[in-house]
Design a protein around this ligand. Structure first.
Ligand SMILES: NC(=O)c1ccc[n+]([C@@H]2O[C@H](COP(=O)([O-])OP(=O)(O)OC[C@H]3O[C@@H](n4cnc5c(N)ncnc54)[C@H](O)[C@@H]3O)[C@@H](O)[C@H]2O)c1
Length: 252
């Protein structure tokens, strides 16, 4: 018996990294999965991986910063699988490295548009479907940068603090309707985003690693396990929580 047997899960940014790992764990734990990403090839690859291991999955192309695409993404999930029990608003980018005065308006708009507005749009269209069904569980992906800060990525830090606040506000708004809304705040995880940080912003990567007491990166599956647990009935009294999964990075 899987943790999310018979449930329908939607994961954005599921063509890579944490989103792909979450999609795979949802499938392994018994859910049917709608894989959403703006990249068709990698999204389809995730679907193939799930189907090859005996699970059920479909792909929908969606840019989470575009309202009409998010609306279609949720509608396609319901059209394909009949309902929406679990949603993971995961798609995100790191943006450019610069102090606040050097951060361009373009970088600010892009990072906030995907990381924060993208999560807001997800909630806006996922919740009404869950209300119709009588409940559901949502996990928004923030970051340790939603709890603490780094001076060189102000837009990213603002977007992730925003995701934590939005999660709490939304959790309160729907707590009596059997809809749970939590955030996961991953630490440094071995994915494409971190590869980019390592190559383009080595100074940030070095300070992050030096301050990670566990002494290694997280594997995407270690974050995915927390996401799927929060979406499962085992977490039925947990809502409005920002769960840090960071090897002690942010408690120092
Ligand atoms: N890797 C880390 O160390 C780390 C740490 C903390 C938080 N996070 C967060 O985890 C989430 C996933 O990141 P990851 O590390 O797996 O990165 P990743 O780059 O491996 O995956 C991100 C996925 O999101 C997709 N995506 C990007 N913009 C999109 C958009 N506008 N619409 C739809 N899809 C889009 C990409 O195509 C990609 O498949 C992000 O929100 C990120 O901020 C990552």
């Amino acid at each position: 018996m899987g943790l999310v047997d018979g449930k329908v899960a939607l994961v954005t940014g599921a063509g890579s990294g944490i989103g792909r790992a979450a999609a795979l764990v949802f499938a392994k734990e018994g859910a049917k999965v709608m894989v959403a990403d703006m990249m068709v090839e990698t999204g389809e690859e995730t679907v193939k991986m799930i189907r090859e291991s005996g699970g059920a999955a479909s792909f929908v192309k969606a840019d989470v910063s575009q309202e009409s695409e998010v609306q279609t993404m949720v509608a396609k999930t319901v059209e394909t699988y009949g309902r929406l029990d679990c949603a993971v608003n995961n798609a995100g980018i790191d943006g450019d490295s610069a102090l606040t005065t050097e951060c361009t308006k373009e970088n600010w708009d892009r990072v906030i548009g995907i990381n924060l507005t993208g999560v807001f749009l997800g909630l806006k269209y996922e919740i009404p479907q869950m209300q119709k069904q009588g409940g559901g569980a949502i996990v928004n992906i923030a970051s340790t940068m939603g709890i603490v800060a780094h001076q060189n990525v102000p837009a990213y830090v603002a977007s992730k603090h925003g995701v934590v606040g939005l999660t709490k506000s939304t959790a309160l708004g729907y707590v009596t309707e059997n809809i749970r809304v939590n955030a996961v705040c991953p630490g440094n995880t071995r994915t494409a985003i971190l590869d980019h940080v390592m190559k383009e912003m080595p100074e940030i990567f070095e300070t992050l690693m030096a301050a990670t007491p566990i002494g290694r990166l997280a594997e995407p599956e270690e974050i995915a396990n927390a996401i799927v647990w929060l979406c499962s009935d085992a977490a039925s009294y947990t809502t409005g929580h920002a769960m840090v999964v960071d090897g002690c990075y942010s408690i120092q």
